[in-house]
Design a protein around this ligand. Sequence first.
Ligand code: PMP
Length: 354
Amino acid sequence: MSRFFSKKYENLTPYTPGEQPQDMQYIKLNTNESPFPPHPAVAEAVKQEVESLRLYSDPDCKALVAKLAKQYGVAPEQVMLTNGSDDVLNFAFMAFCDEEHPAVFPDITYGFYKVFAEINHIPYAQIPLKEDFSVDVADYCGVNKTVFIANPNAPTGIALSLDEIEKILKSNPNNVVVIDEAYVDFGAQSAVALVEKYENLLVVQTFSKSRSMAGARLGFAIGNKNLMADLNTLRYSTNPYNINRMTSVAGIVTLENQAYTDKNCGIIMENRENAAKALKKLGFALTDSKSNFLFASHPAIDGKTLYTELKRRGILVRHFDKPRISPYVRITVGTAEQMDALIRTIGEILEENQ
Ligand code: PMP
């Protein structure tokens, strides 16, 4: 820390992103990226756009917003785009939390929520998940705070039903409820269906997972148009050109090829179920994941050892050295070949550890 660093941030613990090592070719199952490339038409569209890079991008991203609005059956004023969904989550903390509206989220969830609360000096509470890692909906009913729930949750993969989300929305009419749907396309129900009914609902999604665009950085929010106006006030006060031209056209072409995204999600879900079965056979305990990752623990090997042994053999998974979840590893679901290699390698490690 330099002596010039603002006292405001001296206690800030930044988010730790998953490793992106360059030293060798790993089977990379640690950051929930898609194993599939973007649709081939994306490359062509991005190439065409290069000539226009001398011009600023459209701050309203009208063409992409219109396409998203159509796909989700909402008005364009109900959609806002950001540089990855991390960006809109940060805006949501800035816009809808303060001393009167502290933030609340589970003790085990996406690690960035805590960081966003801290960087914005927002008071927050963390509610423990139940023993089985599910969210106890009753804990959030009438909680009178700004609620942040990842659905499905990360790193557990467990999803809430729309009925359960509706209970939270109904019982907190004076607070915004943010539903982070980064992984919703892998088998959970989207709360976008509820945005007309609840003015306090903000749904956040991303192109990073199901749409194979983690490196392009594209996220969005859907909700009541007044919430979008608030978020846009903050976006225009920081970086109105937050979506670059190449990402914008990549997003448009990706939406035009929805069948490709749907097909890839189908494959991931099938690979997830097959890998879950194989891991159970090896003695693992797993949560009921509705996302593109598995969360698994084994009685004979702790999470950190399994992570280290897999890495040594060229397979990267994610381990969180945190209370309650340190026995677990989070495994991104990849191609069938990648999952076969993972299962084979885990089998070898377990045998050696006997
Ligand atoms: N929400 C959750 C629950 C996530 O796991 C992630 C990815 N790490 C994000 C949001 C942010 O993803 P992105 O910024 O790539 O859209």
